[in-house]
Design a protein around this ligand. Structure first.
Ligand code: URA
Length: 197
C-alpha cells in the first residue's frame, strides 16, 4: 500500500468532527495520484456521499464537461475537497470542520505534489489562497504560494445556477491550459494515467 492509500485508510475511520456521524461514505479523492494539477472543492454533496467519489453529482458532471474543453480528465488531474464528509443538507462546511479536516488535505497535497492547484469556489479559495479572497473579482488570477501555482474557478454549482458566469470560466480554463503548457507541458504529452477501478 502506498502512502496515499495509507492516508485514505486512516481517514476512513475518522470521527474527529460531527460530520463523521452523519456521512454515508467518506470522500477522500479521485484521479491521478501523481498529477501535476489538483482541483479542490469544498465538500461532498449527496451523490458523493452515496458513492464515496468526489464531484460525481450534477455539479461534478458539469465540471468534468468543462475540463474536457482543455483536454483534462481524471487520468490527468487529482480532485479532492476541503472537507471529506458531507455537511448535512449541503450547508457550507463550518470553520471548525474545515480546521479539523484540513490536515488530511495538506498531507494529500504533500503526497500528490501537484505544481498547480485550482480551487473550486469561494470556500476553497478562502481556505487555500487567502482568507478574504473574493471569487467574483479574483477568479482566474494566479498566485505563487508555497511552491504552488494557485488559481480559483467559480464553483461548478454556481455555473449550474448562473449561466452568465460561464464565459468568464471559459477564459479561466484557457488560462489554466496556458499555465499547464508553460510549467508542466508533459501533462499533455504523456499517455494518461490509467485509473484502477
Ligand atoms: N461540491 C463540492 O465542492 N465537492 C464535491 O465533491 C461535490 C460537490
Amino acid at each position: 500500500m502506498n502512502e496515499l492509500e495509507t492516508l485514505h485508510q486512516t481517514c476512513q475511520t475518522c470521527q474527529a468532527c460531527s460530520l463523521g456521524t452523519t456521512r454515508t461514505n467518506l470522500v477522500f479523492g479521485d484521479g491521478n495520484p501523481n498529477a501535476e494539477i489538483m482541483f479542490i472543492g469544498e465538500g461532498p454533496g449527496e451523490q458523493e456521499d452515496l458513492t464515496g467519489i468526489p464531484f460525481v453529482g450534477p455539479a461534478g458532471q458539469l465540471l468534468s464537461q468543462i475540463l474536457e474543453i482543455i483536454d483534462l480528465d481524471r487520468s490527468r488531474y487529482y480532485i479532492a475537497n476541503i472537507v471529506k464528509c458531507r455537511p448535512p443538507r449541503n450547508r457550507d462546511p463550518l470553520t471548525e470542520e474545515q480546521d479539523t479536516c484540513i490536515q488530511y488535505l495538506q498531507e494529500q497535497i504533500e503526497l500528490v505534489k501537484p505544481k498547480i492547484i485550482v480551487c473550486l469556489g469561494r470556500i476553497s479559495a478562502c481556505r487555500l489562497i487567502r482568507s478574504d479572497f473574493k471569487i467574483t473579482r479574483e477568479h482566474g488570477q494566479w498566485v505563487h504560494k508555497k511552491n504552488f501555482w494557485m488559481t480559483a474557478l467559480y464553483h461548478p454549482s454556481a455555473l449550474l445556477r448562473d449561466l452568465s458566469k460561464r464565459p468568464d470560466t471559459f477564459d479561466d480554463l484557457k488560462s489554466i491550459q496556458a499555465k499547464i503548457k508553460e510549467i508542466c507541458p508533459e501533462v499533455y504529452e504523456q499517455v494518461p494515467y490509467r485509473i484502477q477501478k
